[in-house]
Design a protein around this ligand. Structure first.
Ligand code: PBG
Length: 328
């Protein structure tokens, strides 16, 4: 049988060695950023009902996790505190308490495992009594007042040992304001990874259980997080954050937004990260538990998809397991 130009595209797929030779995308441990949920206590872990296999860890266990991450070749951890209820308040002042849970986790990990990069989330939902990422007045999420709090939060985190400040709040102007404050206070080496195009998404449900903000949240986050119908607007968000001094940008959620990752890759010359968020994790785990999909295959396939779309790296709850697997 004759084909146009003699082409048979199956020829290079026929054997394992040939498939390996023509493979376009590789996944390595250095592509993986591991999110950790921090709780108070000593040698304490708690289960997250909607995230089977992920546990909240006390600071001492976070240090152990950081050692495991380092040994597996994971470059950085992203920390999220589950603030005790009595410390949550309307003004979220715990966010800039230099001795808060986040800061204690940052400094404990930094002194025990200095080789691992520490990414500190900056947003109010982990500290406020209403679960919103910003200050609330008469049902409005305040922008500039929230930015002032974000600055104070970023400063205590940098003081405690954060290497990368990651504002996930989606207030306007926060990247530039945080950059200026960091520079003023001698933290010019601290990076900013901007949650640049973060969508108002259903896929954050399990995360909100993990940090304890979900049951408090009234309403939604659609006045600051993006509308899932939009793509051009995501490019404006990214452009803005780069102009304000972001060192890298993030697209979030991950798999349902790979078009945004690819478009950002083609439009901007800056490191781009994608967040395989809690709901995506839960979908894989729960579908696998129900016998619907092959768990390990689905994990590797989804992570390669991020690389194929052009992401420099992925925040994923599967990071440790996959990094260890890749090293074997
Ligand atoms: C909040 C924040 C969220 C996530 C990271 N930071 C949730 C939200 O915006 O409601 C979600 C991460 C995940 O779902 O895994 N500042």
């Amino acid at each position: 049988m004759a084909f146009l130009g003699g082409q048979r595209l199956r020829r290079t797929r026929r054997t394992a060695w040939s498939r390996a030779m023509v493979r376009e995308t590789v996944l390595t441990p250095s592509d993986l950023i591991w999110p950790l949920f921090v709780i108070e206590g000593q040698n304490e872990k708690t289960q997250i009902r909607t995230m089977p296999g992920v546990e909240r860890l006390s600071v001492d266990l976070c240090v152990e996790a950081a050692k495991a991450a380092r040994d597996a070749g994971i470059p950085a951890l992203a920390l999220f505190p589950n603030t005790p209820d009595h410390l949550r308040s309307e003004n979220g002042a715990e966010a800039y308490n230099p001795d808060n849970l986040m800061c204690r986790a940052l400094s404990a990990i930094k002194s025990a495992v200095p080789e691992v990069g520490l990414i500190a989330d900056v947003a109010l939902d982990e500290y406020s009594s209403d679960g919103q990422d910003g200050l609330v007045r008469d049902g409005e999420i305040l922008n500039d007042e929230t930015v002032d709090v974000m600055i104070r939060s970023a400063l205590v985190q940098s003081q405690a040992g954060a290497d990368i400040i990651a504002p996930s709040d989606m207030m306007d102007g926060r990247v530039g304001a945080i950059r200026a404050a960091l520079d003023d206070e001698g933290h010019e080496q601290v990076q900013i990874m901007a949650y640049a195009s973060k969508y108002a998404s259903c896929f954050y449900g399990p995360f909100r259980e993990a940090v304890g903000s979900g049951s408090r949240l009234k309403g939604d986050k659609r006045t600051y997080q993006m509308d899932y119908a939009n793509s051009d607007e995501a490019m404006r968000e990214i452009e803005q954050d780069i102009a304000e001094g972001a060192d890298s940008v993030m697209v979030k959620p991950g798999l349902p937004y790979l078009d945004i990752v690819r478009r950002a890759r083609d439009s901007f010359n800056i490191p781009i990260y994608a967040y395989q968020v809690s709901g995506e994790y839960a979908m894989i785990e729960l579908a696998a538990a129900a016998g619907a999909i092959d768990r390990n295959g689905a994990i590797l396939e989804s992570l390669h998809a991020f690389k194929r779309a052009g992401a420099n790296g992925v925040l994923t709850y599967f990071a440790l397991e996959v990094a260890r697997e890749l090293a074997r």
